[in-house]
Design a binder for this molecule. Structure first.
Ligand SMILES: [Zn+2]
Length: 206
């Protein structure tokens, strides 16, 4: 029997001698980068945990494009901490989905990974409530108005009776046009009990 279970920090690979996924230094560094914000849209709220910059940007990039899916677990711990510290009532966890072809190409959907990890930790159901109805081109270089035009009507609701209060997770918030399209679809289905949570907010380009 191995009395000293150890593993490596999932960010810096240093050995850690407890059951935590991060070493103390990496945990403290990420915690210090946390810039929790509450963003009010017309009829819903978005919580954002970090700014999309520096180390957070790098970690999200690794999670999204470098197949380092274990980083979803690292961020899930921060999401759970945020919910517990703020006493937010959640009955089910969901996510802003990728278009299914894009997910097939990448092999996974990082927002779904985040939602699954959070739901597991809280012992809540993870449900796919939204679906992208079509492929939308990259929003990266578009301004706010163009993004809204591209995203309009691009989401639909799959499950019209979610179990109670929903938290819908996404990774990055830029202009919010993707989340607006989600909110529009939810409102068409008369689903009102939800909030969005994004890992990081990017500086708006327009
Ligand atoms: Zn570390």
């Amino acid at each position: 029997m191995n009395l000293f279970t150890w593993k490596r920090c999932q960010i810096c690979r240093a050995e850690v001698f407890n059951q935590r996924p991060l070493c103390r230094a990496c945990f403290d560094q990420l915690r210090d980068l946390q810039t929790t914000e509450r963003i009010e849209r017309h009829d819903f709220v978005i919580f954002s945990l970090f700014s999309y910059a520096d180390q957070v940007q790098e970690l999200i990039h690794r999670m999204k494009f470098k197949e380092q899916r274990y980083l979803a677990g690292v961020f899930a711990d921060f999401i759970v901490r945020f919910l517990q510290q703020n006493d937010l009532p959640v009955d089910a966890v969901s996510f802003v989905p990728m278009y299914r072809y894009k997910k097939w190409v990448r092999g996974y959907d990082q927002a779904e990974d985040l939602a699954t990890e959070v739901a597991n930790r809280l012992e809540l159901p993870c449900i796919k409530i939204l679906e992208r109805t079509r492929h939308t081109k990259s929003l990266y270089k578009l301004d706010r108005r163009q993004r809204q035009q591209v995203m309009a009507g691009s989401m639909s609701v799959r499950d019209k009776k979610p179990p109670g209060y929903l938290m819908i997770i996404d990774d990055i918030l830029t202009t919010g046009s993707t989340i607006d399209a989600c909110a529009h679809a939810l409102s068409d289905s008369e689903i009102e009990d939800y909030f969005f949570l994004v890992l990081a907010q990017a500086l708006q380009s327009s």
